[in-house]
Design a protein around this ligand. Structure first.
Ligand code: HEC
Ligand code: HEC
Length: 461
């Protein structure tokens, strides 16, 4: 009897001891790869810039009266498409109406040092103003010109209904940030999860808050096992890419048709390379920087070069310490009804489901072409890498010119002006919820010289 008691006591002690050694230390978690459909990159590019994945828009005949031709033809498109801005596709619907339909490049292209780059996140669009007035103006003009029973009016309706639903929801507090997560939430709230059909009434309650983000560059996706800053996008990536079509989608049969093309778009995105650093690099210093980087940074961000390995880590909030609002929107209750919508929707059905996996933290991104994608962190709160790696130097209130040539090649990022107070500075205010520039202090312990070397190395990636 005494023995049994002794053994039980030992067992209990053992469990207590074990639970102590198992106390959770904040850390990082490897994200596993999921199977992707294969596709044809050149067909993907054609679909991206000419396809009708957004199937409603502004009638071409109407548009060209008001807007001059875009003479750049950056995308080297043919026919009428060569005359329109790159953020639209030239499409024709089943009634033969020619339209301008917004495309992915609205958010996934921008200028850098005066050059237009497809796949760079749009870091300069200004969502501080609501586009409601413009939408209403167009609706009135199109109704006056063509009448309520016209095919032109009909062609504009799905786009117009979405614009109306979105008005008042997309405003951000700083220029350059993107409200795409909120945009998706609003559109979802108007769609039936199984049929994907639109209803003017709201099926879900839309949160008041808008948590804006920077837009990640497309050339990183090929290394990633999960999409989005929070790593929630798992399973079939093409399903997430084609989800942008919910702006104007009619129903699931149209969704299935659009979905067929997106493995091609994914293949094109996966072929994309970052722009090369355009100035001189001190390669001796960069070699020193590489060895520092491989000791202090590569555990999360991976190694580079021919034998480079990217570890695909989601870093827990407690460890990374950057602004928690975006991650918490998924793990806490803010977006819960949207996650539930998704998990019973068309997007998770069939052979190639997209999967939402909700875990706390942020993905440690690959740093290829990192010089090109300023500002930094998921909320674009830090203007340059020099201050990202020396947290006391991060400006609390700052503003940049939004001239893409205003680049600081020494600090690797945007030139900016810092302010003492947020009042009337009309700038990025890092005191605001979701706009914080805290955390990621892994560069702080480095000496000034070591930091300079690491920056030199980052130019080579
Ligand atoms: C209204 C702006 C907007 C539009 C339009 C848009 N995106 Fe995005 N996209 C974003 C934002 C913002 C993110 C980052 C969101 C996040 O991680 O929380 C993103 C993320 C992505 C990612 C994930 C990148 C990564 O590394 O995790 C891919 C790939 C992508 N978008 C492709 C597309 C494609 C293809 C289209 C068109 C079919 C498209 N997007 C349309 C704003 C947009
Ligand atoms: C513990 C893991 C970890 C370590 C160590 C680490 N990082 Fe990071 N890093 C991250 C995560 C996670 C993010 C994204 C955080 C966010 O956006 O909120 C990030 C973001 C960045 C970014 C900005 C990326 C962008 O596109 O905005 C740069 C640049 C960067 N890290 C460089 C470094 C350098 C240089 C070091 C070494 C001195 C380092 N990191 C050490 C996890 C880490």
């Amino acid at each position: 009897m005494r023995k049994v008691f002794l053994y039980s006591l030992l067992a209990i002690l053992g469990i207590i001891l074990l639970s102590f050694t198992n106390t959770h230390k904040p850390g990082k978690k490897h994200i596993k790869a999921s199977k992707q459909r294969s596709g044809d990159a050149s067909r993907g590019y054609d679909y991206l810039v000419n396809g009708d994945y957004v199937s409603s828009g502004i009638p071409w005949e109407f548009y060209k009266v008001f807007a001059p031709n875009d003479s750049n033809n950056f995308l080297q498109r043919k026919g009428e498409a060569s005359l329109i801005p790159p953020q639209f596709n030239f499409t024709v619907n089943e009634d033969g109406i020619e339209m301008l339909s917004p495309n992915c490049l609205n958010c996934h292209s921008d200028y850098l040092n005066g050059e237009y780059i497809v796949g760079l996140g749009n870091h300069s669009f200004d969502y501080r103003m609501d586009p409601q007035a413009a939408g209403q103006f167009m609706q009135t003009m199109i109704t006056n010109k063509y009448g309520l029973d016209s095919k032109e009016f009909e062609a504009f309706q799905a786009f117009s209904a979405s614009m109306k639903a979105l008005s008042g929801h997309l405003t951000t507090e700083a220029r350059g940030l993107n409200p795409a997560d909120k945009l998706t939430a609003v559109l979802i709230a108007h769609r039936h999860p199984e049929t994907l059909e639109w209803t003017d009434s709201l099926l879900l309650e839309i949160p008041d808050k808008t948590i804006p983000t920077d837009v990640p560059p497309w050339w990183l996706l090929k290394k990633k096992n999960a999409m989005f800053y929070t790593g929630i996008g798992r399973g079939d990536f093409s399903k997430f890419l084609m989800a942008s079509s919910i702006l104007t989608l009619r129903d699931t049969s149209q969704a299935a048709e659009i979905d067929k093309h997106f493995p091609d778009v994914l293949a094109w995105i996966n072929d994309l390379e970052p722009p090369k650093y355009p100035e001189d690099i001190d390669y001796d210093l960069a070699v020193t920087g590489k060895s520092i980087f491989n000791k202090k940074c590569s555990g999360c961000h991976g190694t580079y070069g021919p034998d480079g390995e990217y570890p695909n880590y989601l870093v827990e909030l407690e460890k990374i310490g950057t602004d928690p609002a975006l991650s918490k929107a998924y793990t806490d209750s803010l977006y819960i009804s949207f996650i539930n919508w998704y998990n019973k929707s068309w997007f998770v059905q069939g052979e190639n489901p997209g999967q939402l996996v909700i875990e706390s933290g942020y993905v440690a991104p690959p740093l290829d072409g990192i010089w090109a994608s300023a500002p930094y962190l998921h909320n674009g709160s830090v203007p340059d890498i020099a201050s990202l790696l020396d947290s006391e130097k991060r400006p609390r209130y700052w503003k940049r010119s939004f001239d893409s040539r205003d680049y600081n090649f020494e600090k690797l990022g945007w030139q900016y002006e810092a302010f003492e107070a947020p009042e009337d500075c009309n700038c990025y205010n890092t005191d605001l919820e979701a706009y914080g520039n805290q955390g990621h202090r892994f560069g702080d312990p480095l000496s000034v010289g070591d930091r300079k070397a690491v920056i030199e190395y980052l130019k080579t990636l």
